[in-house]
Design a protein around this ligand. Structure first.
Ligand code: NAD
Length: 406
């Protein structure tokens, strides 16, 4: 691994993003890391870069510019360094603080479950953020997709996802069963066992990020989504810690659903199964959702389907030391190198990145242009087969249409 920090080797004119007392300090020409990704990653990254650079140039006319710095991960990293996730990449992301990545194929027998999960863990990217908003022109299975405008903050490090589990019949599972029997738990012999840890610190830091986000953007409400009626001490505690945090840290700025006060952010909660119904029946009542890991996983994908599916859904994994913006779909290896797939998910994640930098005007232009290009009817294969009368074009040609629509 190279010992030189990326910060000593930035492209000419580029400066690093830094953390200041009031949040990120973003220079006019920041260096931002990119991992192009495996499979269709290079195609959608090329399209995304073209669109993001065009939006920034259009809005700021040369005053602002992103210097993209390539970081290696996945198959390209393995070919060049013998490792799927080189330590230098992790260090460079920490130094640059902001990065974007295409999808990475999970290596078979690569030593860890997934490079994506490994990145989240080593960088402690504790919030998985998914904005869910319908773009005019995108085919949707519901009647009024325009009513959906929600942002899901999903806890990314705890819950049943922590991977603490033992297979049925193993000595470890038997040992845990014996221990639990001593505590009075009646469990079927030879059961498999999984553990669901949820802590006050990690729940609160996720909910804090959601509340801050909602306050900064003057959203009407934050909803704590949980299954606390059944899992009282884990999911129920998530809800209780959320209300406690609002009382202790945001007292003058928030209020309850029962005692709504004008100008204040409403903190409310919904049981997870009800939330799935609410999302379909009363979507306009929900703005920011804070959820534990597992329920948030299901809810994010269900909401994405409501506005056009994962192919168009953006996402980011954010912690205190770094933020990675990424496509929410996989590497679709069967279309690799065919310049065929829809770049929409990575493009919209790129728009989130611009917003994270505080470049709101450019961030707003990207979804607008994407929507206009889709409405004009020259789209990638996945959209072409759902939109009557549409013409199928390549990934790169679609990107060109988006730029022309700015
Ligand atoms: P996938 O998302 O790659 O593909 C699922 C289906 O969606 C396929 O039919 C594919 O052709 C289609 N599709 C995906 N992206 C598309 C796009 N942009 N435009 C149009 N159609 C698109 O899921 P998979 O096949 O289960 O996984 C492939 C690889 O990706 C696996 O190795 C998996 O581990 C990995 N993966 C990575 C991430 C990530 O990097 N965050 C997420 C999911 C899966």
């Amino acid at each position: 691994m190279s010992q030189t920090s990326i910060l000593e080797n930035l492209p000419a004119g580029a400066q690093a993003v830094k953390k200041g007392p009031q949040g990120l300090q973003v220079p006019e020409q920041p260096a931002v890391g990119f991992i192009e990704g495996d499979g269709t990653g290079p195609d959608i990254w090329r399209a995304t870069r073209l669109i993001l650079d065009a939006a920034v140039a259009k809005v700021y006319g040369g005053r602002r510019k992103i210097h993209w710095v390539e970081l290696l991960a996945g198959e390209k990293a393995f070919d060049q360094t013998g490792e799927y996730l080189p330590a230098a990449t992790v260090r460079d992301i920490k130094d640059l603080m902001v990065a974007i990545k295409g999808p990475l194929t999970t290596p078979v027998g690569g030593g860890f479950r997934s490079i994506n999960v490994a990145l989240r863990q080593v960088l402690d990217l504790y919030a998985c953020i998914r904005p869910v908003r319908w773009l005019k022109g995108v085919p949707s299975p519901v009647k009024m997709p325009e009513l959906v405008d929600m942002v899901v903050f999903r806890e990314n490090t705890e819950d049943l996802y922590a991977g603490i589990e033992w297979a049925a019949g193993t000595p470890e599972a038997e040992k845990v069963l014996q221990f639990l029997a001593g505590l009075g738990a009646e469990i079927e012999p030879r059961s498999a066992i999984g553990v669901k840890p949820m802590s006050e610190r990690k729940s609160k830091r996720l909910i804090r990020m959601a509340v801050q986000y909602a306050l900064e953007r003057k959203k009407a409400s934050v909803t704590l989504v949980h299954k606390g009626n059944i899992m009282k001490y884990t999911e129920g505690a998530f809800r209780d810690w959320g209300y406690e945090l609002a009382r202790e840290e945001f007292a003058g700025l928030t209020c309850s659903e029962e005692d709504k006060q004008s100008g204040k952010l409403v903190i409310k909660d919904r049981i997870a199964d009800n939330m799935f119904q609410q999302a379909l029946l009363r979507p306009a009542d929900y703005q920011v959702l804070a959820t534990p890991n597992l329920n948030g996983d299901y809810l994010s994908d269900a909401l994405a389907a409501q506005v056009g599916g994962l192919g168009m859904a953006p996402g980011a994994n954010i912690g205190d030391q770094a933020a990675i913006f990424e496509a929410t779909h996989g590497s679709a290896p069967k279309y690799a190198g065919q310049d065929k797939v829809n770049p929409g998910s990575l493009v919209l994640s790129g728009a989130m990145l611009l917003e994270h930098l505080g470049w709101k005007e450019a961030a707003g232009l990207v979804p607008q242009a994407l929507s206009r290009a889709i409405q004009a009817g020259e789209v990638t294969y996945d959209l072409a087969r759902q939109i009557m009368g549409a013409t199928q074009v390549s990934c790169s040609a679609f990107a060109q249409r988006v730029v022309e629509a700015m």
